[in-house]
Design a protein. Structure first.
Length: 278
C-alpha cells in the first residue's frame, strides 16, 4: 500500500540554529550561557524566555517561512535551562538586563526585534528602555507592566517558606493545581529548568519593579512599534484599554493563558510574524 504525505504537513526546509555555550562575566559573576542562534540578512529577532522556561520555547522560529532570512538569538537565562551561574543569589531582573546587553555585544548584534515573555518581557522592557535606538520592535508576551502581573512572583511574599527548596517545591505544586491553560505542563518542567537559588532574587526584584518601577509609563514611552500579547484567559487585565489607547497593538491568543507558546503556538507565531512585517 502506498501512502502519500500531505505537503502541507511536511517538515519545512530551514536554516538550522547553531548551539553554543557563551562564557561571560557580568557584575563579577561567571556565566556559561547556553544559546541557539543563526545569522541572516534580515534584522535579527532576540528572544528572552520567561521564568521556568528556556530558549527552546522559541526554537520553532527557525522553521517558520515568515522568519526566513532573519537572524535569530535565544539563550537560557543564568541559572535556567542549560546555563550555569557562579552566584545564583545575584540573578535579579537588573542582572538579567545586564546579561542581555553583554550577550548582544558578544553576538555583535546592534539593532534587533525583541520578543520577551513574562520575566523575559520585563527584562526586555528595561533593555529596550536602556537601548531605545537599537530596538526595532517589541512583542511583550504578558511581561510585567503593573502590580497585578505578579501572580507568580508575588508568591515569594504571600507564601513564605523556610528555605529555597521548600518554597520551590510548594510553588511547583500550587502551579500544577492551577486551573489555567498549560499550568500543569509548565509546573512539570520547573524542577528541570530552574535552579532553586535564583527563584527568590528573581521574584523579589520582579515584585519590587512591578510595584514601584512605573513600568506602564516606561512601556508606553518606547519609540518602537509595540505589541502586547496575552492569553484570552487573561483578558481581564485591567490595563489593556490603556495600552490600546497608548497605541500598543493588542494580540489576544485564543484558548490560551499565560503560556501561549504551549497552549496555542500556531496563533502566537502567526501574530508575531505578522507584526514583524509591518
Amino acid at each position: 500500500m502506498t501512502t502519500h504525505e500531505d505537503p502541507h504537513h511536511a517538515v519545512p526546509s530551514a536554516e538550522p540554529l547553531t548551539d553554543e555555550t557563551v562564557r561571560l562575566r557580568v557584575d563579577d559573576v561567571d556565566l556559561a550561557l547556553a544559546t541557539v542562534r543563526r545569522d541572516g540578512h534580515r534584522e535579527p529577532v532576540v528572544f528572552l524566555h520567561g521564568f521556568g522556561s528556556t530558549k527552546e520555547d522559541y526554537a520553532d522560529a527557525a522553521l517558520h517561512p515568515a522568519f526566513t532570512g532573519r537572524g535569530l538569538l535565544a539563550y537560557d537565562a543564568p541559572g535556567c535551562g542549560q546555563s550555569d551561574c557562579s552566584d545564583t543569589a545575584k540573578v535579579s531582573i537588573p542582572f538579567l538586563v545586564a546579561t542581555a546587553e553583554a550577550m548582544l555585544d558578544h553576538a555583535g548584534i546592534d539593532r534587533f526585534h525583541l520578543v520577551g515573555h513574562s520575566m523575559g518581557g520585563l527584562t526586555a522592557l528595561l533593555l529596550a528602555a536602556r537601548n531605545p535606538d537599537r530596538v526595532l520592535s517589541f512583542v511583550d508576551i504578558e511581561g510585567n507592566v503593573a502590580p497585578e502581573d505578579c501572580f507568580l512572583s508575588r508568591q515569594v511574599v504571600t507564601h513564605p517558606a523556610t528555605d529555597d527548596e521548600a518554597f520551590f517545591d510548594d510553588f511547583i505544586d500550587r502551579n500544577r493545581r492551577t486551573p489555567a491553560y498549560s499550568a500543569a505542563l509548565y509546573a512539570a518542567g520547573l524542577r528541570h529548568k530552574v535552579r532553586p537559588g535564583v527563584v527568590r532574587p528573581i521574584f523579589t526584584s520582579m515584585v519590587e519593579l512591578s510595584d514601584h518601577g512605573d513600568l506602564m509609563t516606561t512601556f508606553l514611552k518606547l519609540p518602537c512599534p509595540l505589541m502586547f500579547m496575552y492569553g484570552e484567559q487573561n483578558a481581564h487585565l485591567s490595563y489593556l484599554p490603556a495600552l490600546a489607547a497608548g497605541g500598543v497593538e493588542l494580540a489576544p491568543i485564543p484558548r490560551s493563558g499565560h503560556w501561549p507558546m504551549y497552549a496555542n503556538p500556531v496563533a502566537m507565531w502567526d501574530r508575531i510574524a505578522a507584526f514583524h512585517t509591518t
